[in-house]
Ligand binder design. Structure first.
Ligand code: FMN
Length: 397
């Protein structure tokens, strides 16, 4: 897949820059050609010599360099590659990209390019969570920039949380996806997956039995067709796919926020089993068994994510797909749900315990659209996902 592909790799000034050396090695092992661009700050973390030796290429650093400009002008450099990858993408690079700045070689190339751009953000958790960075991220996603990571974990600065750069195999999988020539290339698709957890108090929650297997399979199948997938997942049992942008949430309210933050999408697939209610009087501290009687939980309705997106008056995805997990009158209930929510398709399935579908590896679904109900034979969740992804590609063509 990567053989003979040309990657322009911009290395920003983050602590994760050392991982970019390994990224260059792995890309070259797979036959790709890598041209590195090192920011001024990036050169504080890795040397141009290491990058040059590993890439077997000249390393570009300056915008105003007479020799470089004479050999290959910056506009040409920005367009010579098949894909531009920014790893690590610092908060600063992201801000420059979102603002359209062009005050050094990296930002100028990113503004001048006509090629797809994939960024692997990496920064301290507070920098990542800062509203300015999140605003910039939303802008970049809306501009069609592909994003891989960041992951959650221990950070070099000693803090814990989202901000670690995606691992090299994850970045390579995302590069593969970005270069894939599938029917969904250039399309941005949102997939929600898994259950939500609604807190009762800081240690207890209300959940459901969704494993996230079907949503994960759908995200994988869409990415395999070349889509840029944003995958918003509750606390699922199965790990998220590698070559998608993963946003982890706990509650329905967080899921809605993440869905809105995903920006404009061509299609949205709502496979998550979102809790209908949350506990309105959830305790800020652990509810004690203190002999004063049973706790009285009060429930309040959660936001309806499927209806909210289906009924958007501005920026509605061209195709909105909902899921209906039913135990009785599957087709009638799902048909009514499609009308009520105003989504385009409903993928309905019978999740009665005897079907073994919830938490199992197979699914038997009925696709409900304006044209009626179409029942698919029972098959693996991967096969359901591949069939659905093909149908989505047809609908977006
Ligand atoms: C030790 C050290 C580590 C840093 N790590 C990061 C980082 O991981 N992510 C980030 O966004 N900025 C980090 N910074 C700040 C950037 O280096 C700084 O914002 C710089 O201007 C980025 O330049 P660039 O975006 O042109 O590469 C770090 C700074 C220092 C001194």
């Amino acid at each position: 897949m990567l053989a003979n592909k040309h990657i322009l790799l911009i290395v920003g000034g983050g602590i994760a820059a050392f991982k970019s050396l390994d990224l260059v090695r792995r890309l070259r092992e797979q036959g790709a050609r890598v041209t590195p661009v090192l920011t001024k700050a990036g050169a504080e973390f890795v040397t141009p010599l290491s990058l040059s030796a590993l890439s077997a290429s000249k390393v570009y650093q300056d915008l105003f360099n007479l020799t470089d400009e004479a050999e290959m002008g910056h506009i040409e450099l920005s367009r010579a590659a098949d894909l531009i990858v920014v790893a690590p993408a610092t908060a600063d690079v992201m801000a420059k990209m979102a603002g359209g700045h062009a005050n050094d070689l990296a930002s100028t190339l990113l503004l001048a390019t006509d090629k797809r751009v994939l960024i692997a953000p990496s920064m301290n958790v507070r920098m990542w969570e800062h509203p300015a960075t999140q605003r910039n991220l939303a802008t970049l996603r809306n501009d069609g920039i592909l994003v891989i990571g960041p992951n959650e974990g221990d950070m070099a600065c000693g803090e814990y949380g989202p901000g670690r750069m995606a691992e090299v195999p994850e970045i390579i999988a995302a590069i593969d996806g970005a270069l894939a020539d599938g029917p969904l290339k250039g399309k941005h698709v949102l997939v929600t997956s898994g259950p939500t957890h609604e807190p009762i108090d800081p240690v207890r929650y209300i959940a459901n039995r969704s494993s996230g297997a079907q949503g994960t399979a759908i995200a994988k199948a869409l990415a395999a067709l070349g889509a840029d997938v944003t995958f918003v997942t509750g606390p699922a049992d199965v790990p998220p796919p590698m070559d998608v942008t993963v946003v982890k949430v706990q509650t329905a309210a967080e899921m809605l926020k993440a869905v809105k933050a995903a920006g404009n999408v061509d299609a949205a697939v709502f496979a998550a089993a979102v809790a209908d209610w949350h506990v309105a009087n959830a305790g800020d501290s652990k509810i004690k068994k203190d002999g004063s009687g049973l706790p009285k939980l009060e429930f309040a309705e959660n936001p309806d994510i499927l209806a909210t997106v289906s009924q958007m008056t501005k920026g509605r995805p061209k195709l909105v797909v909902g899921f209906a997990a039913e135990t009785d009158d599957v087709i009638a209930n799902a048909t009514a749900k499609r009308k009520r929510k105003q989504c385009d398709w409903i993928v309905a399935n019978d999740v009665s315990p005897e079907t073994g579908i919830m938490g199992g590896s197979e699914n038997a679904v009925t696709l409900i659209s304006a044209d009626g109900a179409e029942s698919w034979p029972r098959m693996s969740k991967d096969a359901v996902a591949a069939t659905l992804a093909d149908r989505i590609a047809e609908a977006l063509a």
